[in-house]
Design a protein around this ligand. Structure first.
Ligand code: G6P
Length: 351
């Protein structure tokens, strides 16, 4: 096992550091994805994503992408809730299943049901897994085997597959070109990972944390919170920043950590005013934003800064990396084993 970790303390940190390569390799699936897009694009008027856990968060990003780039109505269902909506599917619905393992019981059950009415596409990391045999179309993510229970490199690989699919469906040459640079942006974040390790010391004794974002950054907040609770056992909630004032802001007071995801883009000012709302109640703000964002630097207690070419649309692929690193380091500082969180399994084969 030591040899397999290649000098890293845990598989999780090794896999976080493999994310630039995982994305670069999955970008190589572009031509195969184009063939699938060409086959389905004339016949679909609706898309439904189905997944669990981290794969569900990748699916939420897919909804924002397909609706904003292509304008096709898109929904996201938790696999365990799929059957309650299954009657509304028809042969013009494309049902996209996202699963690292391709073996999650709820997801496979939903895939069987969807095959009765609709065209199905599975985005899967494990070769030859059940989902790859059941679906009409398969996109293989090229993350390589993932050992850590908390998904990291397979998540960004799912995302890049969804970005490729959506950009090809939209025929968006500009976005396709911008995707090529994502491995470099991730590499830049990884080179600065010591900053996150330092910041993590502030959070190791916390009992609660909030993560907020808007639009494309909302699923980043959800996934950041899931990572932290999975491996550090800190109660963490991801929230749409605009929804905070409809309840959870009642919980914000002095020293409650709030991680605010603030990429450059159309909603920058809105998210900054959400940041000020929590700050006014004494929250300890960790801002994740762009290099040169003076407002963010001024208003936050701590910041982690990312290449300013990464705007709100590309943010899910890059901004998640500091949040993965944060949960990893907090877990280690709390003397837990991030690779083997209690009560969790890499693959859940019961419904
Ligand atoms: C388990 C894992 C999660 C994963 C989820 C869905 O809960 O611990 O990391 O996101 O299953 O797994 P899948 O293989 O279907 O993506």
């Amino acid at each position: 096992e030591m040899a397999e970790k290649e000098g890293y303390d845990h598989f999780m940190i090794k896999e976080i550091n493999e994310q630039d390569a995982a994305i670069r390799n999955t970008l190589g699936e572009k031509d195969k994805i184009k063939d699938i897009v060409d086959e389905v694009k004339e016949t679909i008027n609706r898309v439904v994503f189905v997944a669990c856990g981290t794969s569900y968060h990748a699916s939420l990003t897919g909804k924002y992408l397909i609706e904003s780039l292509v304008g096709i109505p898109t929904e996201v269902l938790l696999a365990s809730e799929f059957k309650y909506s299954a009657k509304a599917l028809n042969d013009q619905t494309l049902v996209i299943f996202i699963s690292q393992s391709g073996e999650t019981a709820d997801t496979l059950k939903a895939l069987d049901a969807a095959n009765e009415t609709s065209k199905t596409l599975a985005i899967v990391n494990v070769r030859g897994s059940s989902a790859t045999r059941k679906a009409d179309y398969v996109i293989q993510t090229q993350a390589g085997p993932e050992i850590g229970v908390a998904a990291t490199k397979t998540y960004v690989s799912q995302l890049i597959a969804i970005y490729l699919f959506s950009a090809l469906l939209a025929d968006d040459a500009d976005l396709l070109k911008r995707l090529e640079k994502v491995p470099d942006y991730i590499d830049e974040v990884l080179k600065k990972q010591g900053i996150i390790r330092e910041i993590s010391n502030n959070y190791k004794r916390d009992k609660d944390a909030f993560f907020i974002g808007r639009g494309f950054s909302y699923p980043i907040a959800l996934e950041g919170a899931l990572k932290l609770k999975e491996i550090s056992y800190i109660h963490a909630e991801g929230y749409a920043a605009g929804e905070l004032k409809h309840g959870p802001i009642a919980l914000i007071d002095k020293n409650i950590p709030v991680v605010v995801v603030v990429p450059p883009g159309q909603d920058h000012n809105k998210i900054m005013s959400n940041l000020q709302e929590v700050k006014a109640r004494g929250a300890d703000v960790l801002g994740i934003g762009a290099i040169g964002d003076k407002d963010l630097i001024k208003e936050s207690d701590n910041v982690f800064l990312i290449n300013s070419e990464v705007d709100d649309i590309l943010a899910p692929l890059v901004y998640i990396v500091p949040l993965q690193l944060l949960s990893y380091h907090v877990s280690v500082l709390r003397e837990l084993d991030p690779d083997k969180p209690k009560n969790l399994a890499k693959c859940v084969t019961v419904e």
